[in-house]
Write a protein that binds this ligand. Sequence first.
Ligand code: EPU
Length: 428
Amino acid sequence: MEKYVVTGGSKLYGEVDIYGAKNAAVAIIPATILAKGRCVLENIPGIIDVAGIFHIMRDLGAQVKMLDKHTVEIDTTNVNDTLVPYELARHMRASYYFLGSLLGRFGKASVSMPGGCCFGVRPIDQHIKGFEALGVDVSIDHGMINAHTQRLTGAHIYFDMVSVGATINVMLAAVKATGLTVLENAAKEPHIVDLANFLNAMGADIRGAGTDVIKIYGVDILHGVNYAIIPDQIEAGTYMAAVAATGGDVLVKNVIPKHLESITAKLALAGAEITEYDDSIRVRREGPLKRVNVKTMPHPGFPTDMQPQMAAVLTGAQGTSIITEGVWDNRFRYVDELNRLGASIQVDGKVAVIEGGTPLKGAPVKATDLRAGAALVIAALTAEGVTEIEEIHHIERGYEDFVEKLQALGASIEKRVLPDGLSLPKAL
Ligand code: EPU
């Protein structure tokens, strides 16, 4: 068993480097299958979700070789399998991107229903609708999504809601379809644009990524490329939120400030002083935190993946803040854990009401999902005394060197590894 042990009360000072974007990497790595050849990807984050995607790649027949800590060489020449079984797919949402990439290369794919963070129902009807429009037969049998087609044919597809996953998956298949595919009501997240740039570098013809209409002119052949993945907007936002919560002065390096605008705006309203440079952002907070209302929305709105971290910040603000979750049905499961630390948050459906300003006190808590875990770490950094955070495997799905980076900023946090069956005393 592993846990983080955090002693709150230190302000954060110094510099932190942001690694490559998880949600871009987990789409771009499967996309390498579309070319029969060799790709070199830089800025790959060393996180559990990426390790899981590499595992699937190897299982399908790809050669995956790390050239250094964040650079990987992938050779997809010998990929010949089109089956992604349950054991490999169940831990990760992004495993479903193998549907799009295997369909694009082979016209068939069988992928187990995906796993990932639990935010209530996570349907995939828009992915299926998109594939069917491209001429794919899709069926779900015994937990497997089976898809096959004689020929991918371009189509006009209107998504019923904005979906990152459906936009990416259908784009992956459509780059190899005959003729023009138009995706309307497409997602606009930075990782959609990054994937489109990667595919275009491979020889695809995708226009409009980053707007809600994406046009894809199908091509017959894609080739291997060297490509560097964008920095992780949410990792950056998490450190920015941590500084806003604890106070201090930190330069967050290797970021694209434009991707962080909605986060910057809310943290500034909450009392942080933020200065943007070309590829870094400085966050300072000396004065008190102020109450703020936040509603999460698809990009360029405030990202749902920063919602729990923002809640942790606002527990320290005087007055009442209201957070409305506009993307997922149930993304407030972590609130009970924050309340265990002394926060006062009430949830009614998709709305959380935070009565801020009561000092938090350390307690044993557990991460209920990836960003919830990050929020607990932020709250623990501000709490009086010691907080032990369990179920940290959720956090390590998406944050590389989290403990080391926070320690370098002056936080008192360590990871303890205990033999199975043993546990730490609840109060240290
Ligand atoms: N939806 C449907 N039908 C579909 C697809 C989505 O109804 O076929 C709904 C979902 O239920 C949800 C909304 O549409 O209410 C948006 O879901 P989306 O498809 O955009 O989410 P996703 O692709 O499954 C990705 C990220 C999530 C992030 C969301 C929203 C990856 C691997 N995951 O999920 O990231 O919260 O977009 O931005 O890219 C995280 O990194 O912590 C994380 C959960």
